[in-house]
Design a protein around this ligand. Sequence first.
Ligand SMILES: O=C(O)CCC(=O)C(=O)O
Ligand SMILES: [Fe+2]
Length: 459
Amino acid sequence: MDTENSKNFERDGYLVVEGALDPSHDIEPFAEAYTQLLDSLAYVYFADAGTTSKDYDSLPLPERFATLLAVSGGKALHHLDPVLNSFLPHFKKQPNLPGAQIPALFNLISHAGLLVVVESLIGPEVTASPIYHINFKLAQKHLDLGQHKVGEMGHNAARFNPDAVTNVSNTDPALERFYGFQVGKTGWHMDAISGLYDSHDSEIVNAWISITEASEANGCLLVIPGSHKEGVRGEPFSDEEKDRAIALPVKPGDVVVLHNKVLHSATENTTEDDYRWAFNFRYHPTDQPSGRPFLPGYVARSRSEPETELKNPYLWSAMWERALDHLSENGSPFDYTELRAGNLDLKFAEELTERWKTRAPNPESWLPILCGLFTTPISAQQDWTVTTERIAEIVDNDSNSPPFWEYHQSTITRIGEKVYVSTMETVEPGFDSFGKQWSLFERTESGWAKISEVRAINN
Ligand SMILES: O=C(O)CCC(=O)C(=O)O
Ligand SMILES: [Fe+2]
């Protein structure tokens, strides 16, 4: 079956694998867990906005989703699909929200039923790319409902224009250019063009799985067989080519695998009130670039070094938290418009990829990302030593902060009259080994004094 699959995939640029996942065992529990995430986001946004929606719990899912978009002013999509939205000029992680990289999502991305298909196409060393998207296609009625509620909740209704597929030039960060792709209409494109140049020839495959049934009426995929053979290209695509498109209606549990260069889009959701909800996950051979080096992928399958496979969903969530913290602090390392305009060359891409490979060679190395390891030249570290004077300055003068401070590569926690300082520091050039140091300070009559210190070196 594998050779047949890969032959067809090579020829057509796509593959449909029916029943790769079990609807009642894999899809339904996942959908339930993810829906709880969506609902929890809505509750937080309601609370933050000082509003409530009494009827929220009793609404059908697409109406709840539309309500979530409305109460968040569109920003729930930034949180749920950070890979796309990290390119917004003012992208900020929303730390008040429960993380969107939930264990159920990790378990689905790592599901053996998907990996076996992926492995048959790209070989036994499989990295799950950080690139994944949620596409939740609402009927017009529900897009309108979102817009209507936006008005009610005092946000700018214009941001819910479903035609805002690309190139929306608006300074409002919530008016994301990707809005159509996420909840409206998916236009013609190939995925490769959105990756950094050094990933254009990576053997990236896209496993697209529908949580709901996907039909021509509610927005199934359209694909142009064989269109992956002509290199990386963007619009315009000829009508003649688009006329060769075929529709791929699927059921929950079926997987559509797309080649990184195959042209695809989706039909419009023209139903009265149905919705089409899908995820797409990307995988590539571990030694090839993902196209998003500053976001965390992970080894999902390795036949040669099985111990490198990431199995812990909470570690994955933490990697994302730290990467998004870093992104919020430092901004995206490049502009999506520049990328699409072809202004970032191979050298730029390779350097960025190399830099992040050195910084984050394994899952654990994403975790200390804000502790100075990535941004601090080693020679400058001494200037930032946390002295008793610094403690007094930071802890005593900053009464507005919670009893927790980030000071360069240190985390300072105050509990009553005690202050704990934990410092992550490199002990060798490069990032292969690092140590951790804990110090305890106590308030005395003459000010803060260092009481004890513990140092641990990890290799
Ligand atoms: O689900 C959609 O409509 C968009 C999917 C897509 O473009 C992709 O999976 O790359
Ligand atoms: Fe796509």
